[in-house]
Design a protein around this ligand. Structure first.
Ligand code: NCD
Ligand code: ZN
Length: 447
């Protein structure tokens, strides 16, 4: 600790979205001084430095299912992706739904996390208010842990009243099984429909994921959320985040709420603007995720919102399952994209599909603002020295050594323009040239 050093001849993406060339001085884990000799609107040809990314939605499955992905391995994947802060979801086994469990999980992260972290509490009726030391509460409107889903407007309103920050998985599970059973029975009864379904999905013999969890589930969830929101007096409403937006309906709803001045934010994940239900069908369980991938129209609406600010920030929803679990008859849902997070977003930006200004917001600044994370997400004097060093030499997907225990590359066709060469967490080199520096580098982002 107490280390002082300089990075000379650096090129870094500043908080003004310009690339600055000069010297970065770091002391005690923070950026003490930025001396910019000149600035340009594109990065230099060699290496450049960006703020360490913030991934506000990951499922590191410790405690409970460390065989799927524990804290040490999950945060190693983060380092490879240029991610220096993760916010971890509460659908553990058992779920993080009490203050005692939250404390136990904090102790585990303090022992093991290679990156900075914050934790969510799972919301339940009669559950506690999330303490200041938590990112907020997560509401599951579809069952995702041992706890029952929270779906009714009355229940939602109760949680809205009690909490300050709420992130919601907006799929009402009541639309799943009935919708699925209805179509399934129709399929069984009428040869004609069966024939067409069978022709379209011969390998499954059952409805594809996006029809088992139809759009109607998202629409119903938004309706209940809106009803609950109206029932709660404005002063008692929380900040509301719609997690992993995947449909035109969510994008439109959040845009409307923002226009009306509500404290409503939108998150999406790379898979919702890179893939559609066609890809899901083509690649099978690898891209089976909740909420499901949807149509080209949805994908385009999500990406338009990424570009224009309708989406506030991007997260991975890193949801690892073992290859053998994904190969089972009823595979679990989830895509594990944490180790490609930086390279994906940076490549899109380098291609000109996202502006550098938007990049800064999407990759950390807005998540930090939304969840009250101080001193992270931007390269500026006084901030923590959470930095990703980007190189123009991306690893070829086929040769890459995959870190996540999910062991599947979600974006094998994506042409990466860059890779992460090194990652610094709180001013300490934590990962470089494919090698990890052992040790706990992260700290809790609250308190
Ligand atoms: C999540 C998981 O595996 O924890 N999966 C996913 O597809 N996003 C849980 C969930 O949100 O259903
Ligand atoms: Zn999730």
């Amino acid at each position: 600790m107490g280390m002082k050093f300089q990075i000379r001849n650096a090129c870094w993406l500043g908080d003004d979205a310009w690339f600055h060339h000069g010297t970065i001085s770091i002391a005690n884990g923070r950026i003490m001084k930025l001396e910019s000799d000149f600035a340009s609107d594109t990065p230099s040809a060699g290496e450049f430095i960006v703020p360490g990314l913030i991934d506000a939605h990951v499922h590191l499955r410790e405690p409970g299912q460390p065989y799927k992905e524990g804290i040490a391995n999950g945060t190693l994947a983060a380092l490879k992706g240029g991610v220096t802060t993760v916010l971890n979801m509460p659908n553990n086994v058992p779920p993080t739904a009490s203050l005692a469990r939250l404390e136990a999980k904090r102790a585990l992260f303090a022992q093991k996390s290679r990156v900075n972290y914050g934790l969510f509490l799972q919301a339940r009726i009669g559950g506690p208010r999330a303490p200041e030391s938590a990112a907020g509460v997560k509401i599951y409107m579809a069952k995702s842990s041992a706890l029952a889903a929270v779906r009714d407007p009355a229940a939602l309103a109760q949680i809205f009243r009690l909490q300050n920050r709420v992130v919601v998985h907006a799929e009402d599970e009541r639309e799943f099984s009935t919708g699925w059973k209805k179509s399934f029975h129709r399929v069984e009864k009428t040869g004609e429909i069966f024939h067409s379904v069978e022709k379209s999905f011969p390998q499954c013999g059952k409805l594809p994921h996006h029809l088992r969890r139809p759009r109607a589930a998202v629409v119903a969830a938004l309706q209940s959320i809106a009803t609950a929101w109206r029932r709660v007096p404005p002063k008692e409403r929380p900040r509301l985040v719609i997690a992993h937006c995947s449909t035109v309906e969510e994008i439109d709803w959040v845009r409307k709420m923002k226009r009306q001045g509500h404290d409503v934010w939108a998150e999406t994940c790379p898979h919702y603007f890179l893939f559609t239900e066609q890809d899901d069908r083509a690649r099978g369980p690898a891209l089976q995720v909740n909420p499901p991938l949807r149509t080209e129209e949805d994908r385009a609406a999500v990406f338009a919102a990424v570009q224009d600010g309708g989406i506030d920030f991007i997260s991975t929803d890193h949801a690892p399952h073992l290859p053998k679990e994904k190969a089972a008859d009823s595979p679990p849902s989830g895509i594990a994209g944490l180790e490609w997070f930086g390279p994906v977003l940076l490549t899109l930006t380098m291609r000109g599909e996202i502006s550098w200004q938007r990049y800064l917001k999407l990759a950390g600044q807005k998540a930090a603002q939304c969840y009250g994370i101080e001193g992270r997400g931007l390269v500026r004097e006084g901030a923590w020295a959470d930095l990703a060093i980007v190189a123009n030499k991306p690893p070829a997907a086929a040769q890459e050594k995959i870190v996540t225990r999910a062991a599947v590359h979600p974006y094998p066709q994506f042409e990466f323009a860059v890779g992460i060469r090194a990652t610094l967490v709180n001013g300490r080199l934590a990962w470089t040239d494919g090698r990890v520096r052992p040790g706990v580098h992260g700290r809790e982002v609250y308190g």
